[in-house]
Design a protein. Sequence first.
Length: 326
Amino acid sequence: MKFNTPLLLSQPEHKISIKDKILTIGSCFSDSIGNKLIENKFDTLANPFGTIFDPLSISRVLSYSLNNQSPSPQSYVFSQGVYKNLEVHSSFTGLSPDELTLKIKARLTSTHDFLTDAEWIIITFGTAFVYQHKESKTNIANCQKLPSLDFTKHLADKDELQSDFQNLLDLLKKFNPDIKIVLTVSPVRHIADGLEENSISKAILRQLCNDLAVRNRDVTYYPAYEIMMDDLRDYRFYKEDMIHPTDQAIDYIWQHFSSSFMDKSATEFMNKWSKIRRSLEHRPFNPTTEEHQTFLRNTLKELEGLSNKVDLRKEIEQINKQITNN
């Protein structure tokens, strides 16, 4: 007897290798996938500008990075005793506009450099609703704790989003012809807009992903949204807020994603790495026993055997510090 409707594994034309560089950007689901990639030692830049929900804001900040541009001057605001910028996450702050600009420029530059030879970018759309700051006429990525009366809200239509994001994809492929793009729709419900409006928003995003994937050979859609809504579809897979997926749900989606997108080299590495990671997390009662020292030396050999694939210097140093005769 089955109690779910699992999605069939798709086999994308391109697969992720253990040596690939991957950037994730978008809603908080991008953090979840980015963290999983980092845990498994992929060279990953996860959500460099913080959580960004709508496609227009994602497109804008990536365009800034690719073109070595800075946020618009009118996008700076003073809030809660510090300067913030409406086009990036609230984690970017400064005591002056110049200080904040330097921080944002540094992140734009590092993202530019990372994308120069990245193999993948995973983009997660959260909502099709766009908020505009009334005074500056700036479409915002984050309200920066300003009063809601300072903003207007509209539902972006598919054509508006498709035109804007296609321009970004063209720019991205011109900048790095070898990069592959994975699009996802966040399974997180945006109930601040209301459940009915959330459904409309997600439908627009899903249509956007489909249109872009059909039009662009190197664009693939990954069904994280469908897995959460149609496969898991149970409140036990949501956190107490009934909005965000639990860790168990994230693990399930990650396993599905890995089985679909990882090539043989990545899968083999991840299987070996999961065992080593458990060994690294082991905390003995008495670390000086011969038994534990043997365990450490064996773990060190395993790490050294994989060090030609990924950067394991930190883990090797961690083990060496614990071996008593080193």
